[in-house]
Write a protein that binds this ligand. Sequence first.
Ligand SMILES: Cc1cc2nc3c(=O)[nH]c(=O)nc-3n(C[C@H](O)[C@H](O)[C@H](O)COP(=O)(O)OP(=O)(O)OC[C@H]3O[C@@H](n4cnc5c(N)ncnc54)[C@H](O)[C@@H]3O)c2cc1C
Length: 469
Amino acid sequence: MNYDVIIVGAGPGGIFSAYELIKLNRDLKIAVFEAGNALEKRKCPIDGVRIKSCIGCESCAIMNGFGGAGAFSDGKYNITNQFGGTLFEYIGKNEAIDLMKYVDEINLSHGGEGTKLYSTANSEIKRMCLQNGLHLLDAQVRHLGTDINYVVLENLYNELSKKVEFFFRTPVEKVERITGAENTSNAFAEAGAGYRVFTKDGEYTCKNCIISVGRSGSKWMETVCNDLAIPTKSNRVDIGVRVELPAEIFASLTDELYESKIVYRTAKFEDLVRTFCMNPHGAVVNENTNGIVTVNGHSYEDPSKHTENTNFALLVSKHFSKPFKDSNGYGESIARLSNMLGGGVIVQRFGDLVRGRRSNDERIREGFVTPTLNATPGDLSLVIPKRILDGIIEMIYALDKICPGTANDDTLLYGVEVKFYNMEVELSENLETCHKGLFVIGDGSGVTHSLSHASASGVYVARYICGTK
Ligand SMILES: Cc1cc2nc3c(=O)[nH]c(=O)nc-3n(C[C@H](O)[C@H](O)[C@H](O)COP(=O)(O)OP(=O)(O)OC[C@H]3O[C@@H](n4cnc5c(N)ncnc54)[C@H](O)[C@@H]3O)c2cc1C
């Protein structure tokens, strides 16, 4: 039962570390433990007819399983150091970009060929944004789309499963350090240390352990850090809404760039509000994090699955200073409020919000934008703190200058969108904890917040373990 490497979590971080490990050394014995299901068994029961909203499955098909939180995502791989994580602070800017490009090549060779790579470089849109107090961040974006992303994951699994042992529906409960004296197996003779992981089905040991448990594993990650005395820093939380409007209104941006990350500094509080996760012709979806229902969005590459709407998030980051440390708890409490009032996600027309009245079924029905998510009409001002909501309203008016129609009365706002960030685990420049051979990568480390950065961190650690770094 001894492995050279145990990987905890089969999201992009875990998948790409396994991929690179076997590519560099086919003799390595590798196991991947995943709390969720194999890819083909990941089925969210919400069908919009019999089951309309989240029923809190034991393992959330959207967040857990092979492919991780990214499996049914829009598959937007952003090649940039300007957002998506701070991997470059550890491994350097050039290396981070090179690794993201390498991940892109692997995706292309596993089913993603033919998908489009967008770029913000030298764009006219950048000038227009600047003229209106908006800042367009630089990036290249590979849009796989939910459908092609799935094909890529299928192909990667078929290849990996020939060499790597996968244990699905097997959450790791605990990670323990094995000291040299205790560890008598040959594999560990040189290093004299390793790790034992505990699951409901038994214990397994390894020389190197890569933890890549994503956002859904953030609470568990905290217990690992406490048990092994790994220092952590508290992090931030992003709070906001998902905006949905007719695709034509944003077409000038999305046709050229697909995804644009735009930042705005509010006049009132000088807070930064930013666009996030733009889905042209996409759908708004529920997201369940630890039993709390928040909102997200995705879209398909396949035109037959396109909707008439575009959606994107507007988010404000909240950083806390001493003595408060529980930034995720703060975000959860706000999302819980919307769940309490609306039984899940709340939807409101922009016109109703600025007039200080709730939306109801009739107003939503009579609006010219048909919601793609079945959410409860309500009043977001009862849920989202005033300062954040004021910033979002200001930014909608700013966006209206570059995409007229954004501030229309019928523009829909869904709340709450919360981006929970893991606390940041203290790591070396090689993403290794204070314990030799124990690595924390991907979103679970607090270092990355995106598909491309999480995947790149997996490749980096695999190369380091194999001694090619
Ligand atoms: C709806 C949605 C859309 C998104 N769209 C995009 C996008 O277009 N572009 C983008 O860049 N990012 C997107 N993201 C974010 C992106 O999916 C994540 O940044 C990325 O998946 C992080 O990869 P990861 O491997 O670090 O973690 P994850 O993908 O979260 O994978 C972690 C895995 O670990 C497993 N796990 C957790 N705890 C344990 C445990 N104790 N034992 C065993 N297994 C465990 C989980 O089940 C999960 O499968 C989206 C996220 C969502 C939810």
